[in-house]
Design a protein around this ligand. Structure first.
Ligand SMILES: [Zn+2]
Length: 501
């Protein structure tokens, strides 16, 4: 519109222009000011057992996609297909805004800080204010001070932003070693899931480091459990525990659910054990993060994201089972910290249809596909295109049969693969390459794009997006989780129902 000549500017354009100008001046924090008051007060009996489940990167598209895939697999047409996720039928349902102190699009540090402490802060900041000077107390610390037991579980590394906001205060989420130290200083009763990224503080600028984090944890009285057999023997009364997945995967995380064999501990297993260890007279607060939903969405890998939503839901079901035996004293809240990937149900090529059943032949995550390609390169020193096409067929179900309307690669899709193949060894960075492949292996991101588009899933970004997310609640005080509110209100609602100050 700025290219229009003065004479072509019509009144309507002038109005639009002013709307845009005033919109730009509209502050992020003022975005909700025109809405009515949010009900964050509660006067009933406080909840004794509180579960907070955070699906990292889980917006409505991730939730819907998981349900649509389940429906497609049953041969049903959504919305006739039965609901597949436990939490979408919870009694209370809210819509939650996620902007942070300076951006409509939050990262997990600022959104986590909002949920854990009730305060807006900047991207990258872990439970400190916008000046990065004052520490903000988390709901987990408040619960611990009240005498409740506290558990923090994540499918990514346990020092990652979302778990970190509950037990540490640092100006940057990159201070992984410092976060690790504060984790064991917290005295929280149970940490479980992933490992830590920087155990020896190699990336830390801290002077006089107190040493390796595993040793530090032991000195602080933590029992570190790395094997499944030891894990299964854990009993309440064992003291403070840090349980780590036997198969530590990318960036010290648990495996993607799609890559996990049934013999490897799941997010559900860590949650179930957490309930067993934390159950006590004074109650508990447990935060469980489905962190790899987000990572799969950054990479635009729909099937891996959906499988991780299922793993997350399986963990929620453990809490629901516990609540059945503890009615009137348990609260379960399920939310997302932000959407990721700009995932949507619908793609230009599939118009009004979805074909989610096409995803079912994908049998590994994008990262395992990367590793598979790397192994071949190591063995043969050179990767051949035909070999890639065979692997794409074996692991994603796509084939070269043009008559196969379901899974056959079209000429256009084959060209996309060839273009990606040509870029595999290109280390150069450019805006156009970023738009095509993000910073991922060009082949794996192209394969998931092709498969997802065939299924009717679209992606707009390799980052987070600014749309609100759904929040679900069940149990004691659930009624105040209905409505449209901000992520800082989740803290206010939880502390009200738990009677924490
Ligand atoms: Zn993310």
């Amino acid at each position: 519109m700025f290219r229009l000549k003065q004479s072509a500017v019509k009144p309507a354009f002038i109005v639009m222009f002013f709307l845009i100008i005033t919109g730009a001046a509209y502050s992020v924090s003022g975005a909700l000011s025109s809405r009515g008051p949010v009900n964050n007060s509660y006067s009933g009996k406080p909840a004794k057992y509180v579960f907070l489940f955070i699906g990292d990167g889980m917006g409505l598209p991730q939730v819907s996609s998981a349900e649509i895939f389940a429906g497609s697999m049953k041969g049903g047409k959504y919305p006739d297909a039965p609901r597949s996720l436990s939490f979408t039928s919870f009694g209370a349902q809210g819509i939650t805004t996620t902007h942070d102190a300076s951006s409509f699009i939050t990262d997990s540090a600022s959104s986590g800080t909002a949920i854990a402490t009730g305060n807006k802060t900047l991207n990258g900041v872990i439970s400190m204010d916008v000046a990065k000077k004052n520490k903000l107390k988390s709901i987990a610390t408040m619960a611990k001070e009240k005498g409740m037991k506290v558990g923090i579980i994540s499918s990514v590394s346990i020092d990652h932003a979302t778990p970190a906001v509950f037990y540490s205060n640092v100006p940057s989420r990159k201070m992984m070693y410092e976060i690790g130290l504060q984790m064991f200083d917290s005295g929280f009763d149970y940490f479980a899931g992933g490992s830590v990224v920087d155990p020896d503080g190699k990336k830390s600028k801290m002077e006089n480091k107190p040493g390796n984090l595993f040793d530090y944890a032991k000195n602080k009285g933590y029992k570190i459990v790395k094997s499944k057999s030891e894990f299964s023997r854990l009993k309440s009364g064992n003291g403070k525990v840090w349980a780590i997945t036997e198969q530590v995967a990318d960036d010290s995380a648990m495996l993607y659910e799609i890559d996990r064999s049934s013999s490897v501990l799941s997010l559900k297993d860590f949650t179930k054990k957490g309930i067993e260890l934390l159950d006590n007279e004074k109650g508990f607060f447990m935060m469980v993060e489905g962190g790899k939903i987000d990572w799969a969405c950054h990479a635009n890998d729909g099937m891996s994201a959906i499988k991780d939503v299922y793993a997350f839901d399986d963990a929620v079901r453990e809490a629901v089972a516990f609540a059945k035996n503890h009615p009137d004293e348990t609260l379960i809240v399920v939310t997302g910290d932000h959407e990721c990937g700009g995932m949507t149900v619908g793609f230009a090529g599939t118009k009004y249809d979805t074909f989610f059943q096409k995803l079912k032949k994908q049998n590994m995550s994008y990262i395992k596909f990367d590793e598979t390609l790397d192994e071949i390169k190591k063995k043969n020193s050179e990767l051949k295109f035909d070999e890639v096409v065979n692997l794409v067929s074996k692991h994603f179900g796509l084939n070269t049969d043009k008559n196969d309307k379901e899974m056959g690669l079209t000429d256009y899709e084959m060209q996309l693969l060839k273009d990606a193949f040509a870029q595999v060894n290109n280390k150069e960075k450019s805006d156009s390459l970023y738009l095509l492949y993000g910073e991922y292996n060009p082949l794996s991101v192209t394969v998931t794009h092709i498969l997802n588009r065939k299924a009717g899933i679209g992606w707009t970004s390799y980052s987070h997006t600014g749309v609100p997310v759904p929040t679900y609640a069940k149990g004691t005080g659930e009624e105040i989780f209905d409505g449209y509110y901000d992520n800082t209100d989740i803290f206010k609602k939880l502390t009200a129902v738990m009677n924490l100050q």
